[in-house]
Design a protein around this ligand. Structure first.
Ligand SMILES: N[C@@H](CCC(=O)N[C@@H](CS)C(=O)NCC(=O)O)C(=O)O
Length: 223
């Protein structure tokens, strides 16, 4: 029998509000199929909490950087061959209602229904950054939980848990974990290597994660 490669735990801290997290998430899903030694742990966080705790600001707050992002994101999506469009409800998403309810639901799903966390996260990312949906609308989380395969009872339990103190605390704990590793934004990855955890920031730093796991950063463009 061949030697079973040792798995490296990789935490992926993300918030669906973040377009760069969307790009990283899509790329990591491609990598996850090929990198047998990666044990990917999805960790939803609240980006607003990370920003408040570190005194950081989203890149779109600087007008000239927002202008650059308007070009950078479609270019990246085209390069990586992934669906992308700017969300028409961005004001609501960034500055008014935000993604707290979504991230809390993902936090509860991570704890209680981890098997559907990936598909639900993927669905919510796509709704925001590919399908131009307003995910702050009533009913979207309910529909998404159903689509991800929860029964009506499980879906209702998840939605009520997400607004309970325990559900709120769950997301706070995940966000604190990211902060404890030194996160100041998303996407953030932590590779738990033998010589200690390595925190990496940015969809443009996945080549480093690849090298820590012993892979070439090549085949992700058109997969
Ligand atoms: N260069 C990074 C940029 C990532 C980025 O700007 N992330 C935003 C959220 S969408 C953030 O948290 N930024 C914090 C910062 O840049 O300090 C990438 O390509 O992924």
């Amino acid at each position: 029998m061949g030697r079973v490669p040792k798995k490296v735990v990789v935490d992926f801290f993300f918030d669906v509000v973040s377009p760069y997290s969307y790009i990283a998430f899509e790329l990591l899903q491609r990598c996850n199929v090929k990198w047998e030694n990666m044990d990917l742990k999805l960790k939803p966080v609240f980006l607003g909490g990370i920003m408040a705790a570190t005194g950081n600001q989203g890149p779109a707050m600087l007008p000239i950087r927002a202008q650059y992002m308007n070009k950078d994101l479609p270019r990246l999506a085209e390069y990586y061959n992934m669906p992308f469009q700017f969300n028409a409800h961005i004001q609501k998403l960034f500055f008014q209602k935000g993604t707290l309810p979504t991230q809390r639901v993902l936090g509860v799903v991570k704890k209680d229904y981890p098997d559907i966390l990936e598909s639900l996260s993927s669905d919510m990312f796509r709704r925001v950054w590919a399908d131009n949906e307003d995910i702050t609308c009533d009913g979207i989380l309910k529909t998404a939980c159903q689509k991800a395969g929860l029964t009506d009872t499980a879906r209702d339990e998840v939605l009520s848990a997400s607004i309970s103190d325990t559900g709120k605390q769950e997301l706070k704990n995940l966000t604190q974990q990211a902060l404890d590793f030194g996160a100041f934004g998303v996407p953030t990855y932590v590779a738990h290597l033998d010589d200690g955890p390595k925190m990496i920031f940015g969809s443009d730093r996945l080549f480093l994660l690849a090298s820590y796991l012993g892979h070439e950063w090549t085949a992700t463009r058109n997969d």
